[in-house]
Structures are given as C-alpha cells and as structure tokens.
Write a protein that binds this ligand. Structure first.
Ligand code: NAD
Ligand code: MG
Length: 323
C-alpha cells in the first residue's frame, strides 16, 4: 500500500515558499490528502509583542491565510457577505475563501489596520468579486449600524453576516482587571455582534446565514481570560437562542469555535509572551492551527449546503473535547 509522503514534501507549508498567489498556480489546497498532525510541520511560533490591534504584516512567522492554499469551487456564487475583523487572522482567511467561492464581501476592521485590509482586499479582487473596505470601531454602536447600511447599499443587499472581530487581553488578577478593559472586551465581542446583527436583520432574506466566532474558551476558560472567556460563552448562548428565533424565517445562525490559531490577537497580549513559543502544543494534534484551516468551516456554514445545520457550534480546535 502506498504511504502518504510527509507533509514537508506535499503539505501546505512548503508550498508557501514555492508558489505565488493565484488559483491556477496552486498544486495543493485544502483538499490535498495529508496528515493533519504533520501539516505546517515547519511552522514555529516565535516570542514577540505588538501593541493592539496588531498587524498581520508584522507577524513572525507569517500566518497562512489561504493566499496560496485555498481553492474556491463556486460554493457562494452571487452571495453578499459582511465580515468583521476581515483584515487579518481568521476573518481575513474567511474573506479570501468567500471571495474565491464567488461572494462579494464588505470588510470591517480598525483604521490602523488598513495595510492588512488593503492586501486582503487586493487578493479578493483578484478573484473577480466586489470588495468594500469599511474601517471603524466596533465599540461604537453608530459605526456598527452605519457599517451594515453601507454594506447593504454597496453590495446591493446582504445574505451572509460573519461576526468575527474580537478583543483578547490576558489578565492574571481580577483585582487589576479594570472596568475599561472589561467594557471594551464586551463591547467588541458581544455588543457589536448584537448591534450589527440587529441592524442586518431587516435586510436578510430567507436563506441568509449568520456566523458568530466564539472560542474553545467558552467551555474551557483560562484563568487569565476571565473577561474574554465570558464573552465567548455569551456568544454561544446568543447564537443558540437567536438560531431558534430565526429558523422559521429561514435565516440560519451558527458559530465557529476556534482553538489556538496563529493570528495577531495572540501577540497583542492575548497570551503572556513566554507562552507563545509553545502556542497550540497542548492540543491533541500537538500544534497551533492556521487561519486557513478555519475558512472551510465558515464557508460550510455560510453555504446552502448546511441547510439543516442551525444553532450549531462547529469546533475547529485541533481535537480538544467540547460539550
Ligand atoms: P485578529 O487580530 O487577526 O482579528 C481580530 C480582528 O478584530 C482585528 O483584525 C480587528 O480588525 C478586529 N477588531 C478588534 N477590535 C476592534 C474594534 N474595536 N473595532 C473594529 N474591529 C476590531 O485575530 P483572530 O484570532 O483572527 O480573531 C478573530 C476572532 O477569532 C476573534 O473573535 C477571536 O476572539 C476569535 N478566536 C481566535 C482564536 C485564536 O487563537 N486566534 C481562538 C478562538 C477564537
Ligand atoms: Mg487585524
């Protein structure tokens, strides 16, 4: 029986060095049969620090956002999506995947992340879809409402909403967790989801899909992420409650719960710096995930192929058991 050649010879990692962006230049993609424990075997997270919100442009080593590894097959042709936090990390990988699946996409991110957002927007435009860049602060309800308004007008409607923007700053002692951080974490992760979803609802026709980004922290909260983990548990409950309310209208609400994924969030005090070198090693797979490995989960939940999947949390976490 033929054995699977090691990842270094045929997995995604090595191709990052060997190929340039573009669908036709890909020789491996998300469908390549390979050993997930050896995928990205040459990836080693390095101790580093950036101020919030952090830039993908300065992340070392680079995250795989699917630039050279995600192949679209028309699963979202003609759809119109709004994605928050679409400039970097999981949101950027999702944005690239949506564009290559044929969706027009409006991107939300902070103004100081424009360098990341413009690079992702260009990759998406290369896929031949319409792209809107709509920077602003998710903690501001007026921005959130205006964001939906502009996306609907610019894209000519909206039928996919991905609430993904998020804040994670560790804190070791509740006595020093100040009110501003608690407030910012809830505003960014929970209130923005509420404001944006509420503003989007009147525009969402039957068949539309809403996907919220929760976390393994919702069930397995770290002692140093009291505020963040609480928001992620809230997002799961919000998703499951709203899913039941909107199912009769034909609008499906689901969530994705990532495990440890290599993104700017982690190096902007998402973790203590000493923990970054072994980031992800505690998972059954023994490694951190890449944003590109999340994108197919969002595509599945956004697409009509998941028509009977409602109120579900899809865990993409390298094997950590969840309820
Ligand atoms: P990321 O830093 O690449 O993305 C987060 C994005 O949130 C930023 O790019 C930024 O555009 C946006 N954002 C943050 N504060 C904002 C604000 N005030 N206004 C507007 N935009 C704001 O990191 P990521 O890891 O890809 O994070 C995406 C989502 O995934 C977050 O909800 C995060 O909680 C979740 N998540 C990440 C991990 C992980 O290990 N990286 C694990 C579980 C869940
Ligand atoms: Mg960013």
């Amino acid at each position: 029986m033929a054995s699977i050649p090691p990842t270094r010879e045929r997995g995604r990692g090595i191709l990052i060095e060997m190929t340039r962006p573009g669908d036709d230049e890909m020789t491996t993609d998300q469908y390549t049969f390979t050993n997930p424990a050896e995928l990205y075997a040459d990836f080693e997270p390095k101790k580093q620090h950036q101020p919030e919100p952090g830039l993908d442009a300065e992340l070392v080593p680079k995250a795989d956002l699917g630039e050279k590894t995600y192949r679209g097959t028309g699963r979202l042709k003609g759809r119109r999506a709004l994605i928050t936090g679409a400039d970097s990390g999981i949101g950027a990988a999702t944005a690239i995947a949506f564009a290559r699946e044929g969706a027009d996409v409006a991107m939300s991110y902070l103004p100081e992340e424009d360098v990341d957002a413009q690079r992702i927007a260009q990759i998406m435009q290369d896929a031949g879809v319409k792209v809107m860049t709509l920077p602003g602060d998710l903690r501001d309800a007026a921005y959130c409402r205006d964001l939906v308004d502009k996306a609907v007008k610019g894209l000519g409607g909206l039928d996919i909403l991905v609430n993904n923007g998020g804040k994670q700053v560790y804190n070791e002692d509740l006595a020093t967790l100040d009110d501003d951080q608690f407030d910012d974490t809830f505003k960014t992760n929970v209130y923005a989801m509420f404001w944006i979803t509420k503003a989007a609802l009147p525009h969402l026709v039957a068949g539309s899909t809403i996907i919220n980004t929760t976390s393994v922290q919702a069930y397995k909260p770290s002692e140093i992420l009291v505020d963040y983990a609480s928001t992620k548990a809230t997002i799961n409950a919000f998703t499951k409650a709203l899913a039941q309310q909107l199912a009769p209208k034909g609008i499906r609400v689901n969530a994705v719960a990532p495990g440890p994924i290599w993104t700017p969030l982690q190096v902007t005090d998402g973790q203590p710096q000493e923990k970054i070198a072994e980031f992800g090693e505690q998972t059954p797979l023994g490694r951190a995930g890449q944003p590109a490995e999340l994108a197919p989960a969002y595509v599945f939940l956004a697409s009509a192929e998941s028509s009977y999947v409602i109120g579900e949390t899809l865990n993409v976490n390298g094997g950590t058991p969840t309820p």
